[in-house]
Design a protein around this ligand. Structure first.
Ligand code: DQA
Length: 146
């Protein structure tokens, strides 16, 4: 069975030290451990990756079209302006669910718009790290419905 892929974009390696009032105290390692425990509980193989580089994220999205059954993507600030990541998602058929830890809609106006959302299956915003589990659950349901 193909695996699920969790991709975290720029600055998410700084979780735990980065603006804890916005993103909380848990680190990327904590998040990845939570995801692995979800994987064990649900009997799925889930791979987590993080990059600060747009092109690397794009290559991973392309590759996932063959190797993954779904992608959970937190594109970080690329959310708001990366047409290249948007086009990468539009070029693949693997479903993508977009996640944001913080409630971007209560923050600076530039965070209110996602150029990514129109090409994703859905978006989960403002539910903290739990959003990743919800997104993974959603991908499992999407696959069941197909
Ligand atoms: C974020 C929100 C983005 O606006 C920000 O640039 C991030 C993290 C979130 O998870 O809340 O890096 O995607």
């Amino acid at each position: 069975m193909k695996q699920l892929l969790v991709l975290n974009g720029p600055n998410l390696n700084r979780l735990g030290v980065r603006e804890p009032d916005v993103y909380g105290n848990a680190t990327l390692k904590d998040l990845e451990a939570m995801i692995q425990s979800f994987a064990e509980r649900t009997g799925n193989k889930i791979e987590c990756r993080q990059s600060n580089h747009e092109g690397v994220l794009i290559d991973w999205i392309h590759e996932a079209d063959k190797t993954a059954r779904g992608i959970v993507l937190n594109p970080g600030a690329f959310t708001h302006y990366s047409y290249a990541i948007r086009d990468a998602i539009a070029s693949v058929s693997v479903p993508v669910v977009e996640v944001h830890i913080s409630n971007v809609h209560t923050r600076e106006p530039f965070r209110h718009h996602s150029v990514i959302s129109p090409v994703t299956s859905g978006q989960i915003v403002g539910l903290g790290l739990h959003g990743y589990e919800l997104a993974l659950q959603a991908l499992l349901e999407i696959k069941k419905e197909e």
